[in-house]
Design a protein around this ligand. Structure first.
Ligand SMILES: [Mg+2]
Length: 124
């Protein structure tokens, strides 16, 4: 079973993502801030991380920077999750080192496909 870490400070969004991912057969871990997420990534080594960009303590951009600069975590697959769908956001997320980008509210039909696509992607 593949494990996905959901990092999201909004409980409702976290519950929704957990339910969708569990339904699709994934084991789900959860964190509500970036610092906790960093610790969980190191201890649990999930197959994929879904990372909210707007969070207290350490936001998503700070977390992805730390992940990409941490030996042992640098090749983790990480998808940005954000509610601000402004033009250019996708580009800045990809430039920051995210593998992909999903916007909130979560599209319950597209979301699992995006997750599966990234999990199936083979790293060069
Ligand atoms: Mg948030």
């Amino acid at each position: 079973m593949q494990t996905i870490l959901v990092v999201e400070d909004n409980e409702q969004n976290r519950i929704l993502m957990r339910q969708i991912l569990s339904f699709h057969g994934f084991a789900v871990l959860e964190a509500s801030d970036g610092a906790t997420a960093m610790a969980m990534m190191s201890s649990q080594l999930p197959d994929l991380v879904l990372l909210d960009l707007q969070m207290p303590v350490m936001d998503g951009f700070a977390v992805i920077k730390a992940v990409r600069n941490t030996p042992g975590l640098s090749r983790l697959k990480v998808i940005a999750v954000t509610s601000f769908a402004m033009k250019g956001d996708r580009e800045s997320a990809l430039q920051a080192g995210f593998d992909d980008y999903v916007t909130k509210p979560i599209d319950t039909r597209k979301f699992p496909e995006i997750v599966k696509n990234i999990l199936n992607e083979v790293r060069a």
